[in-house]
Design a protein. Structure first.
Length: 133
């Protein structure tokens, strides 16, 4: 008999809220079995949840995550899924590299403005000392 997981077990294991788990279910990303009012998740649901959370950490949208996960069960199967995943990784990497460049430019500009402000403060401080005498 296959192991089943409760909503509480998965929320604790992955440090997420029940609301998050229910949201992924409402989006059709997870399909737990029902026993009365209780949701029971199969090992495949646990694996999908792990993939969803990893995809979110990497910055993929839910639609991108869905596309990657759903491709596994269709032709061309795992090979196609991996090609799609590698393409999305390349695109995400390029996006992050561009953001890093933008951040570096902003940080350099902040340094420049701060240096100017410090210099001006030193000038004002010197002038203020002379005026007080």
């Amino acid at each position: 008999m296959q192991r089943l997981y409760t909503i509480t077990q998965l929320t604790r294991e992955f440090d997420i809220t029940t609301r998050t788990l229910r949201f992924y279910e409402a989006q059709g990303l997870l399909t737990p079995q029902r026993r009365g009012r209780q949701r029971l998740y199969r090992p495949a649901d646990r694996t999908r949840l792990k993939l969803i959370l990893r995809g979110k950490r990497l910055g993929f949208s839910l639609s991108e995550i869905r596309e990657i996960i759903e491709m596994y069960g269709r032709a061309p199967g795992e090979a196609g899924q991996l090609r799609l995943l590698m393409g999305k990784i390349a695109a995400r990497r390029a996006e992050l590299i561009e953001k890093r460049r933008d951040i570096e430019v902003i940080l350099a500009e902040l340094d420049e403005v701060e240096t100017g402000a410090r210099q001006r403060m030193a000038e004002i401080g010197s002038s203020a000392e002379l005026e007080e005498r």
